[in-house]
Ligand binder design. Sequence first.
Ligand code: C5P
Length: 229
Amino acid sequence: MKNLTIAIDGHASTGKSSIAKALATKYGYLYINSGSMYRAVTLFAIENNLLTMTKSNISLFIKKLREISINFKFNDHNLISEIYLNSRNIENEIGSMKVSELVSEVAAIPEIRKEMVKLQRTIDRDKGVVMDGRDIGSVVFPDADLKLFLTASASVRAKRRFEEMIKKGLKVSYDDIVYNINNRDMLDSTRSDSPLIIEKDAIVIDNSNMSIDDQINKISQLIEDKFSN
Ligand code: C5P
């Protein structure tokens, strides 16, 4: 049976990574969260004061990209593939509000996208892969076997994200989260390089009223259909 490439794109905070992770575990596939790569670059830029978006700083930023090495290492304890920036585990830091506020600006820079896409395409897909992001079905793997587009109402998404951050002990305001997810959707959908779009062959899932199990069951059915075709 052929191992599949599954692309999961969609709006901010629609639970793409939880679904992608659960599917990868169920089918023994590799899971890659491409958003965490853009977040890693953003964290690097914040720490190196590269985020004044003047022309000169963008070119310095692009030059500095050579100093960035991004890797994933599987953590056997929490069963999560964690992200490392130059050998430092940054799994927790990339979820901060500061990174969330700036990541879409960084992700709109074509030179940065080019590097990230190059890295994403080096992944060995033979054993099956689930990758989530914004341009996976459209740009990174246009040949993906299954393309999904997740969405949900903005209020449901903001509530889920708020609860997730509070659970992690982070101090955040609900209104800031609503603003951030709407703003990121707007920036991600309107940028000129690789905007967030719904591919013609993508299956749209509105998960506003679906549990994680509902979604896994629905997507598993789509995967089984691919196997039997
Ligand atoms: O997936 P996550 O919400 O963590 O992604 C953070 C941001 O990274 C997105 O809002 C988007 O700006 C950017 N991104 C992207 N392309 C991807 C994945 C993420 O532009 N494939």
